[in-house]
Design a binder for this molecule. Structure first.
Ligand SMILES: Nc1ncnc2c1ncn2[C@@H]1O[C@H](COP(=O)(O)OP(=O)(O)OP(=O)(O)O)[C@@H](O)[C@H]1O
Length: 370
């Protein structure tokens, strides 16, 4: 097990990168602590696989260093790095039994037969594949093969880390949830550093204690699921995490305070003063659909009409179109039983849940603002 540290790491697939857009990974510093359960979450093409392959040694970074427990591994092969990697599609030896597939990495290390058998049984039991141990891998379903692939990653207890690259893609949706929980249990039991790549926020938050959100070749936030939900450091995190994502509204700093088009919003003076300290840039107000309140028309400065109601079974998503000149839509998440208001309604953003962004980055509240 190891701490994995990235130092000014960057990668470009172009021979001679000349601008930031030429980089699949932009310069980053990051630490995965020893024994942690982490997810690397982001949309397709943001650089997740590139980063994982650099950590495992399948890809040589064009800039920066990867350190395991403080030592650079840039010049080491994947084998020398002692990393286990589980890919999207199962990697198993079809002609071998499940037992022999799991035993293979240990036999390569020359471990004793007793030790191998004990460890194979332990891992098979954790993954609930004990009944399959004597079956040939070629006769297994895709789900079962992927469990064997995971088992091959878990079976060695000397690995620096286990990297999972969207490992549940081929798994039946019914089984996915169970396997994610299983992986979490296995993490707690074996205490090994795990990095789990996914584009699915639910998958990330059920597995990981901390999630690194990637966007455009950068880690834009590293935090617990709760931190990502309550305090998105970047508008992308606000938009990507949550169901639906955060409402983001263009606002301006006027003489009297924060203005949303032709309306003056109720924002504490200290927050307005703080925003005024910043250079010019695109200013946005973010508010999660869970925190928007629909109130009596007389009690609000913003008003609108319900445009659309989507019943999700356990909650409702209501689109409210504001009656400001550009008529933006605000998403509001309501309890399943809550009534949907009729006619002109007031829309209120509680101060505690207002977040402000300049050029997509959160403007942190100063202690005295809180
Ligand atoms: N071998 C390659 N040669 C050139 N460009 C590449 C190569 N591999 C990836 N890229 C580009 O690098 C960027 C990051 O790709 P990467 O596969 O790391 O993203 P990802 O987040 O893992 O996406 P996905 O979830 O679709 O696998 C993308 O723009 C991709 O087109």
């Amino acid at each position: 097990m190891a701490e994995i540290r990235l130092e000014q790491l960057a990668h470009s697939y172009h021979g001679a990168p000349s601008n930031p857009a030429d980089y699949a990974l932009r310069p980053m510093d990051h630490v995965w602590e020893q024994g942690g359960a982490y997810a690397l979450l982001g949309p397709s093409g943001c650089g997740k696989s590139t980063l994982l392959n650099i950590i495992s040694g399948l890809l040589v970074p064009s800039e920066g260093r990867v350190l395991y427990d403080g030592k650079s591994v840039n010049d080491l092969t994947p084998q020398q790095r002692n990393i286990a990697q589980v890919f999207q599609f199962p990697v198993v030896y079809d002609t071998m039994t499940v037992h022999d597939n799991l035993a293979f990495p240990l036999r390569n290390q020359g471990q004793t037969r007793e030790r191998i058998d004990a460890r194979v049984r332990e891992v098979a039991e954790a993954l609930e594949i004990e009944p399959l141990l004597n079956r040939k891998a070629q006769n297994l379903t895709a789900d079962e093969k992927q469990k064997v692939s995971m088992g091959r990653g878990l079976v060695r207890d000397d690995v620096a880390a286990i990297l999972f690259d969207e490992p549940l893609t081929v798994i039946d949706p019914q089984l996915k949830w169970r396997l994610r929980r299983k992986l979490k249990e296995i993490h707690q039991r074996f205490n090994v550093t795990m990095v789990y790549v996914t584009h699915d926020q639910l998958e990330a938050s059920t597995f990981a204690d901390k999630i690194a959100v990637m966007y455009n070749g950068q880690i834009v936030q590293f935090g617990t699921p709760r931190e990502l939900f309550e305090n998105p450091q970047h508008t992308f995190v606000g938009y990507f995490i949550g169901s639906p994502g955060m409402n983001l509204l263009d606002i301006a700093l006027g003489a009297s305070g924060i203005e949303l088009e032709d309306r003056a919003l109720a924002v504490p003076d200290a927050v307005v003063a703080r925003l005024r300290q910043h250079e010019k840039g695109r200013l946005q107000l973010g508010i999660r659909p869970e925190f928007v309140q629909l109130v009596a028309s007389a009690d609000a400065v913003l008003h609108g009409y319900v445009d659309l109601v989507q019943d999700q079974g356990t909650f409702k998503i209501v689109d409210v179109r504001l009656d400001t000149p550009s008529a933006p839509v605000i998403k509001v998440r309501l309890e399943e039983e809550a009534p949907v208001p009729d006619g002109r309604i007031g829309v209120h953003f509680p101060e505690a849940w207002q977040r402000f962004y300049i050029d997509d980055h959160l403007v942190e509240a100063a202690d005295e603002d809180l």
